[in-house]
Design a protein around this ligand. Structure first.
Ligand SMILES: Nc1nc2c(ncn2[C@@H]2O[C@H](COP(=O)(O)OP(=O)(O)OP(=O)(O)O)[C@@H](O)[C@H]2O)c(=O)[nH]1
Ligand SMILES: [Mg+2]
Length: 296
């Protein structure tokens, strides 16, 4: 059986590590989320972000893949279950948005590991398997989680809820035995593919959207944060964004929809401008909810 740390050839991370893990169902958009961040094209001159740059070779390679795959009208292959790629970014906000006493003047550094979506299925059916235990062990060294959920896949709400509930139960004793203060953990629920009209109409009221469409998942996360005394926050994002905002024209061509899985590609790469990607990372890293970053 594979041991994740042996396979990654690295020592166990120190408890002060501020790495993030991105967890979510198959085809939710995890790789695309990270690739769009790495590439971060057509930065809005009137927006809050100055730039986002890759901090290492793997992330620079992901930015290249975004160019070669997403900008040529294709999508990523599913992430290989035996791989757990780690990416690292540096995000700089516009000076006008730095608050006088904040640390915002310093670029925000974010390191995030992606797990293949299959992990969620394995958590439900196969969690005692050594390789699944290795994943959970690795997850326990993170300071926070992105639970990335395809906003258009609400029919799978119950499935996601049971997987996240198991993740919570498995993580808790590990964090405790490491002496981690559970209340310092941050959990962000990020709803992807929000440029779709049926989601976009909810953009001003994410709480209502969650209750309407992902009631069970929301209840699990709420019980999780109550039990741990930790914080949670929810966000909408679209890795593909819009061609124009008024009226909103999603920059997306849907390739297929089946069994709750939507495959899509960017319709016009020259207008590609992701939206809402930075807000959850900023919150996970700093604990502050920057309203300007949320403007999706
Ligand atoms: N409409 C739309 N589709 C998206 C968006 N982001 C990703 N997709 C599509 O969703 C599908 C899955 O994207 P991936 O990023 O490969 O998903 P994943 O979560 O990494 O999937 P696994 O690696 O299998 O766990 C692809 O067809 C993407 O093009 C988005 O913002 N909007
Ligand atoms: Mg992937």
């Amino acid at each position: 059986m594979m041991n994740l740390f042996r396979q990654l050839n690295r020592p166990l991370p120190p408890q002060t590590s501020r790495e993030i893990r991105i967890v979510g169902p198959r085809r939710a958009g995890k790789t695309t989320f990270l690739a769009a961040l790495a590439r971060f094209p057509n930065v809005d001159p009137n927006g809050p972000i100055q730039l986002i740059v890759p901090r290492d070779e793997a992330t620079a390679a992901l930015a290249e893949m975004a160019k070669d795959i997403l900008e040529t009208g294709s999508d990523f292959a599913p992430t290989d279950f035996s791989k757990q790629p780690l990416y690292s970014f540096e995000m700089t906000l516009k000076p006008s948005l730095w608050s006088p006493r904040s640390r915002n003047a310093t670029p925000i550094r974010v390191t995030c590991r992606e797990y293949a979506g299959e992990l969620l299925q394995h958590l439900v059916t196969n969690r005692t398997a050594p390789e699944i235990q290795d994943y959970i062990e690795d997850c326990s060294f993170a300071s926070g989680l992105i639970l990335l959920v395809d906003a258009t896949a609400s029919q799978a709400d119950a499935e996601y809820a049971s997987a996240f509930e198991i993740l919570q139960r498995e993580l808790k004793p590990r964090l405790k035995s490491q002496g981690t203060d559970l209340s310092t953990y941050r959990i962000s629920t990020v709803f992807s593919k929000c440029e779709q009209n049926e989601i976009w109409v909810h953009r001003k009221d994410i709480r209502r959207f969650q209750t309407l469409k992902f009631d069970e998942t929301t209840a699990v996360i709420s019980a999780w944060t109550k039990d741990w005394g930790c914080t949670t926050n929810s966000f909408f994002c679209s890795a593909f964004g819009f061609k124009s905002r008024n009226p909103p024209e999603p920059n997306v061509q849907i390739l297929s929809r089946s069994q709750g899985v939507t495959r899509a590609m960017i319709a016009s790469p020259e207008f590609w401008r992701p939206t809402g990607l930075a807000a959850p990372l900023y919150w996970l890293q700093t604990g502050s909810d920057h309203p300007k970053l949320r403007e999706v």
